[in-house]
Design a protein around this ligand. Structure first.
Ligand code: NAD
Length: 250
């Protein structure tokens, strides 16, 4: 099965590293023009863009904090001016600020919810307007197994990622008649900067809970996202798909 995204325009949020980076690269390999959003590290984002262009693909970078409405507006104005369309939105940007419930600061709660949930809402609202005009589009939201398994010290993160799952379903119902599909992907423990500390601290214990007996790679997630972004996935919407080597069912 060949996935061909030529002529499509994709936006990946938080794409200067990790899962977002790999997703941007694979979407471009499949033929999409990709906007690499980043919040701080312009150099890394430029590196992703260069890798795509050196491979014969098309990419742009754009700085925006997805939790800030004005930033999101500028990001989408850029896409409107440059491409006049958006076919694929990957809401990938996310952070962790772990703390036990009784110690959690309001700022830790707000930051995680704002980046993940408010960020996805702001981007999806903007993207949907453009997608509705073309009566087609794919929205892929990166949730987490943390949405369906409680995680110690992660009341903020679990709430944000559970919210993303529910948000995806509600969007899917509203957007299906407009030809737009929305799905959530739930990564397990993936080898990226975000999971470094927890893998170092409790890696062996976590591995015992993964039937596949390995951590995931960003590519494991990105490949599913590319499929969900393609025409082959036109009849899949509102789903929450775990990619976790069996972690959530063991
Ligand atoms: P990562 O920390 O490498 O990537 C997260 C990216 O989001 C970074 O590039 C960061 O700069 C960006 N970002 C953070 N705040 C932002 C903001 N306000 N605006 C724009 N970008 C912002 O980690 P990752 O593992 O690649 O994470 C990607 C997604 O996958 C996240 O949503 C994360 O919650 C989710 N996830 C990761 C794992 C894992 O084990 N690594 C597991 C489940 C879910």
């Amino acid at each position: 099965m060949n996935i061909d995204l030529s002529g499509k325009v994709a936006l990946v949020t938080g794409a200067s590293r990790g899962i977002g980076r790999e997703t941007g690269i694979l979407l471009a390999k499949a033929g999409a023009s990709v906007v690499i959003n980043y919040v701080r590290n312009a150099e890394k984002a430029e590196g992703v863009k260069n890798e795509i262009i050196n491979d014969g693909g098309e990419a742009e970078i754009f700085q925006a904090d997805v939790s800030v409405p004005e930033d999101v507006k500028s990001l989408f104005d850029f896409i409107r001016d440059k491409y006049k369309r958006l076919d694929i939105l990957v809401n990938n940007a996310g952070i962790i600020k772990d703390n036990l419930l009784m110690s959690m600061k309001l700022s830790e709660w707000d930051r995680v919810i704002d980046t993940t949930l408010k960020g996805a809402f702001l981007c999806t609202q903007q993207a949907s307007e453009m997608m509705m005009a073309g009566r087609s589009g794919k929205i892929i939201n990166v949730s987490s197994v943390g949405a369906i398994r409680g995680g110690r010290g992660q009341t903020n993160y679990a709430s944000a990622k559970g919210g993303i799952m529910s948000f995806t379903k509600a969007c899917a119902v509203e957007l299906a008649p407009k030809g737009i599909q929305a799905n959530a992907v739930l990564p397990g423990m993936i080898v990226t900067d975000m999971s470094t500390r927890v893998r170092k601290r409790a890696g062996d214990k976590i591995l015992e809970r993964i039937p596949a007996e390995r951590f995931g790679e960003p590519r494991d997630i990105a490949q599913l996202i590319v499929f969900l972004a393609s025409d082959q996935a036109d009849y899949i919407t509102g789903q929450a798909i775990s990619v976790d080597g069996g972690m959530s069912i063991s």
